[in-house]
Design a protein around this ligand. Sequence first.
Ligand SMILES: Nc1ncnc2c1ncn2[C@@H]1O[C@H](COP(=O)(O)OP(=O)(O)O)[C@@H](O)[C@H]1O
Ligand SMILES: [Mg+2]
Length: 139
Amino acid sequence: MEMLKESYPVAANDMTCAGDVAAKIKRRIKQLGVPAGVVRRVSVCTYEAEINLVIHSCGGRIDLEITEEHILVHVCDTGPGIRDIDKAMTEGWSTASSAVRAMGFGAGMGLPNMKRNADEFAITSEVGVGTDITMIFHI
Ligand SMILES: Nc1ncnc2c1ncn2[C@@H]1O[C@H](COP(=O)(O)OP(=O)(O)O)[C@@H](O)[C@H]1O
Ligand SMILES: [Mg+2]
């Protein structure tokens, strides 16, 4: 299989379609014959990444790169960035607003779950610029 590259934009703030991109990605990689366990882990991670783009960022995108050997998920946004990545990676730590929490989000488990479910996980962020996450899943 050749390398497939796809990109999915995610808009900020719009909770009505939060999760749609992750669902689309799940369908897509299932259809490509990616093993169920990998599909499940990619789904968890893209869902958490998408929600973070909606509730914490100014908007961004999720890029997929699919080969026989791996799925690479790249997530980036245009701000506001994360001041303290160690804190952000701590289970239960969240800056989500009370409105977002009232909708059932903001448990502070998204980034730790992404790290746990990906085979490789890297995050960089610059305040005022944006956040960049790369996750690799071996097939
Ligand atoms: N894309 C992002 N842009 C800015 N801040 C983010 C982003 N993703 C995560 N964060 C920060 O990291 C914290 C922890 O994220 P996460 O573990 O997903 O928990 P939650 O989304 O439930 O708050 C968030 O509360 C937020 O402060
Ligand atoms: Mg989150």
